[in-house]
Design a protein around this ligand. Sequence first.
Ligand SMILES: C[S@@+](CC[C@H](N)C(=O)[O-])C[C@H]1O[C@@H](n2cnc3c(N)ncnc32)[C@H](O)[C@@H]1O
Length: 271
Amino acid sequence: MYAGTAEVMARALWENGTGIVHTTDPLGGDRCPQIIENWPQELQRLTRFYALNSMDFFHHLDRQRVTLDLVLVDGNHDFEFALFDLQMSARLLRPGGIVIMDNAEQTGPFKASQHFLANNREWCELGSAVASHARSAPFDSARASIRWTSFVVLQAPNHIPVGEDLRSWGQVRTKSAYFDGIRLELPAQRTSGWLHYQALLRAFQDDGAIPEYKAVGKLRLEVDRSGTVVHPFDGPLRFAEGAQYTYEIDLAWEPDTGCPSLALLTAPTPL
Ligand SMILES: C[S@@+](CC[C@H](N)C(=O)[O-])C[C@H]1O[C@@H](n2cnc3c(N)ncnc32)[C@H](O)[C@@H]1O
């Protein structure tokens, strides 16, 4: 709003000697650049300001393939907006990263945190505001992960879990007209089952047509150590050169009885 929190974060990054703060305010296009211009040069260099709403902001970061370590969500506090912000933060966050939801005492951010944790069991709250929520006190104004703050603090798992729930990393722009298979980087773990995939290659042609090729299949995995899995498709997906392309990889894990989710180190990549 007045870039105050962004300045605190920029100072912390300067102290750390590494990192960039990306900050947005759709109503701050006139106000915030003037404020930021008065900061020390060292802090300005570490700060990227955008006058975008959070949907355009996250879309921009996603296209730039920015990976986030720490996110403060403090925009539109209505439930639907706060949940979107949290879900996009999670999508761009590195494993083990942190999302801070302000304001825990408000219904929108708190309910978004509840919904998110219920649907993402490998995530945890660093605190117990959500776990200790009592139906006898649904509007407890003091609830927070950290006492005397208004934050719900959420931490991503150290690996990317793939369970029975469909998982997609969305469309990723690529220069390649070829998509021949998928590569998975696995951490050490013990699990087995079938990994189902749907892989798409889309061409955005100059004439406006958007043809797509699709490969749907499954592979058997019995994992007891870290490693790389390379899986070529039966039929490679290949366009002629000369258009813009995106690939998309969707996964779902069908574990053997009693086996846990499949953990990935990174998002799957195309061959
Ligand atoms: C409570 S203030 C944030 C204060 C800020 N964290 C600070 O400490 O200075 C909420 C901010 O969210 C912005 N905002 C409102 N709707 C938004 C949206 N859809 N996406 C992103 N920001 C939004 C408002 O313009 C306002 O600057």
